[in-house]
Structures are given as structure tokens and as C-alpha cells.
Ligand binder design. Structure first.
Ligand code: PMP
Length: 359
């Protein structure tokens, strides 16, 4: 087996144990003589997968009985539309904290439905940080406050939930869901494309607090785009194999020790890499230290030529997909839950050698 060190921002590396379990069950699931992909989404076997995945998410995120969970399609991008469609009327206002490319895309969609107020934006400094609570200038009584908990492109992350004085948070958690515990009581809605921390691309996880859901518009929204539609039972054919894979990843997360385990694991991995970046000024972190992401570390080298050389030599060491997002350049190492510590150690050793030879 020759698995490379995969630092892809997403779709990202999956736990090898999960891939191997799926491989074992690939052609025949639980003695049915058929694979998961070949059974009805109304079969008891699939319903068990759906229920188990939801129970695992509830346990891992400590959601209690207060939340509905749904597995939808369309990616986080469709949630940029679906959230305001359900929760933002023409004359209403929602606050959107602007911390980067993905926040911006969410704002663009929300504006189609209602008023958007930006309580903070780091656009002027190239999205190099997230706000402190003191910097948030919330509007009077917004319907919700939207934030992107981890900014996959810039490499910033909120160290904890922004303080809103009780206004429900709506969170795009696409690139850090399950990487650390959260305070569920602060959220009205959490959504995430699965393809970074939770499974393969093709399924979108949506978690909504029941009392927030009760405020959704159920008259002017097409049936499939109403969150309510997806709460009672499985509405239409879900991406069944993807949900099956998500369930295996959730099982793996639980077996490892849940979110407290991953918080520590991810902090340690990120510290290894950031310590190397900070060891002198050959490597330069791309964002402010207090805002650094534990999931996507972004950094620069002294020149673009050296960055090209770095990327091509990294590949020779099986260190893959380290190129920064095309909109910002530089280097980006994505280290989600499934990225082994050994991959980060190999990267750091390579960085030390590269600096010695080129510094
Ligand atoms: N939000 C964030 C934070 C992301 O990183 C991404 C994908 N990179 C998206 C939204 C868009 O997700 P999707 O492609 O699933 O629509």
C-alpha cells in the first residue's frame, strides 16, 4: 500500500480504518447479498444507518433532544441559499460576520432574500483574522448571526463561538465540524459539507435547534427547500452510500475518544507545524496568530519561485496537495481529524531540510 501524506483541503483524506471497513462491506452489506448502494432508502437496514449516524452526531456534539439532524444534498453552497430562504424575510435583517471567501458567498445569497448587516469584516486586511467579541457591531435584534467557524481559504478559525447576547448562531462549519467540542446551546443551525472532516463529498449535514426551526417560513418556500420537510421522515432518496460512509467516520471518531480527543490531537498537530513556521522568518504565517486555524495552516516562503520549488520537492516526498487556494497563493496544509500526526511530522522535517538548503 502506498498512501501519500494527503494535505488536501477537501475532499480530504479519510481514516484508513474507515476505507478498509467500507472495502470489506463494499459488495455485500450485512449478509444481504447486496451492497449498501443497492438497497432501498426505506429498508430497515438503511434506516438503521440513518438513525445511527444521527444518534452518533447527537452524542458527539452533545445536542440532547433539542435538535433535528438532516442529511441533504447540494453542499454547503446550497445552505447559503436555504438558510435565508427559510429564516430571512424581505423586511428582516440577519447579521453575517465577513471573514472570507465562503462568508462572502453566504452573504451574496442572503441578500437575495432580505437585509444583511456585517457586524465585522476583515476584507480590508486580506481576511487575515477573525474578530474578537468586542469588535462585533451587531444590528438591533437580527434574525440570526451567521459565521464561518473555520475559513478554509485564508486559514483562520474562531477560537470559540462569537458572543451574540442570545441571538441564535447560524454556522458554516464545513471545515471544522467534529474537530473540537462546541457549545450547542448557542446555535440555531449548523451546516457542513461532509468532505473535509466527516466523510466523502455528496452529503451535507444540517443540524437545527427545534425552537429555531419553528420560526422557519413554511408557506413561501418550495417543499424540498423547507427544513421542516426533512424532519419527519426521509423525504426523498438521500445519498445513501455517503451517509453510510459518514456513519463509519462517526463510529471512528467515537472510538478514538470523541471531540475532546480530537481537540487535543488537532492542537498538537497544528502546534508542530506553527512552531516550525515561527522558528525564524523563512516561513511566514499568512494570518494573525490569534486567528490561526487548527485545520488549515497557511504560510508563505520568501518568494513565489521558492514556493513553486517547495511544492514540487514536497511531492517527491509524497507530501501532496499543499498548494494554497488559487485566490490567495502560498502554501496551505490541511490537517483535519483524519490527517495522521506522522504526516505533519514528515512535513515539518521536510520544511526543516528545505529551509537549510534554500534559506
Ligand atoms: N464553506 C466552507 C467553509 C468551505 O470550505 C467550502 C468548500 N471548500 C464551502 C463552504 C462550499 O462547500 P460545497 O462545495 O460543499 O458547496
Amino acid at each position: 500500500m502506498n498512501r501519500v501524506h494527503n494535505f488536501s483541503a477537501g475532499p480530504a483524506t479519510l481514516p484508513l480504518e474507515v476505507l478498509e471497513k467500507a472495502q470489506k462491506e463494499f459488495t455485500e452489506y450485512q449478509g444481504m447479498g447486496r451492497s449498501v448502494m443497492e438497497i432501498s432508502h426505506r429498508s430497515p437496514q438503511y434506516e438503521a444507518i440513518d438513525e445511527q449516524a444521527k444518534a452518533r452526531l447527537t452524542e458527539l456534539l452533545d445536542l440532547g433532544d433539542d435538535f433535528e439532524i438532516m442529511f441533504l444534498q447540494g453542499g454547503a453552497s446550497s445552505q447559503f441559499m436555504m438558510t435565508p430562504f427559510n429564516f430571512l424575510g424581505q423586511d428582516q435583517t440577519a447579521d453575517y460576520i465577513d471573514t472570507g471567501r465562503w462568508s462572502n458567498k453566504a452573504i451574496k445569497e442572503a441578500k437575495i432574500f432580505g437585509n444583511v448587516h456585517r457586524p465585522f469584516s476583515s476584507a480590508d486586511s486580506g481576511y487575515d483574522r477573525v474578530p474578537t467579541n468586542d469588535e462585533l457591531e451587531l444590528s438591533d435584534n437580527p434574525e440570526y448571526v451567521h459565521f464561518t467557524s473555520n475559513n478554509t481559504v485564508a486559514g483562520t478559525q474562531f477560537p470559540s463561538e462569537p458572543e451574540t447576547g442570545g441571538i441564535p448562531l447560524v454556522c458554516d462549519a464545513s471545515s471544522d465540524l467534529l474537530s473540537r467540542p462546541i457549545d450547542a446551546s448557542k446555535y440555531g443551525l449548523i451546516y457542513a459539507g461532509a468532505q473535509k472532516n466527516v466523510g466523502p463529498a455528496g452529503v451535507t449535514i444540517v443540524i437545527i435547534r427545534k425552537d429555531f426551526l419553528a420560526k422557519a417560513d413554511t408557506e413561501n418556500v418550495p417543499t424540498i427547500l423547507q427544513y421542516q420537510t426533512h424532519t419527519e421522515k426521509i423525504f426523498n432518496t438521500p445519498p445513501t452510500f455517503n451517509v453510510y460512509m459518514v456513519n463509519l467516520v462517526l463510529e471512528w471518531v467515537q472510538e478514538k475518544g470523541g471531540l475532546p480527543y480530537f481537540k487535543q490531537f488537532n492542537e498538537k498537530k497544528a502546534a508542530l507545524l506553527y512552531d516550525e513556521i515561527d522558528s525564524d522568518d523563512f516561513y511566514r504565517g499568512a494570518v494573525e496568530k490569534d486567528s490561526r486555524s487548527l485545520m488549515n495552516a497557511t504560510f508563505r516562503l520568501p518568494s513565489e519561485e521558492l514556493e513553486e520549488k517547495f511544492l514540487s520537492e514536497a511531492k517527491e516526498h509524497d507530501l501532496m496537495t499543499l498548494k494554497g487556494h488559487r485566490s490567495v497563493g502560498g502554501i496551505r496544509a490541511s490537517m483535519y481529524n483524519a490527517c495522521p500526526r506522522e504526516s505533519v511530522e514528515t512535513l515539518v522535517n521536510f520544511m526543516k531540510d528545505f529551509r537549510k538548503n534554500n534559506g
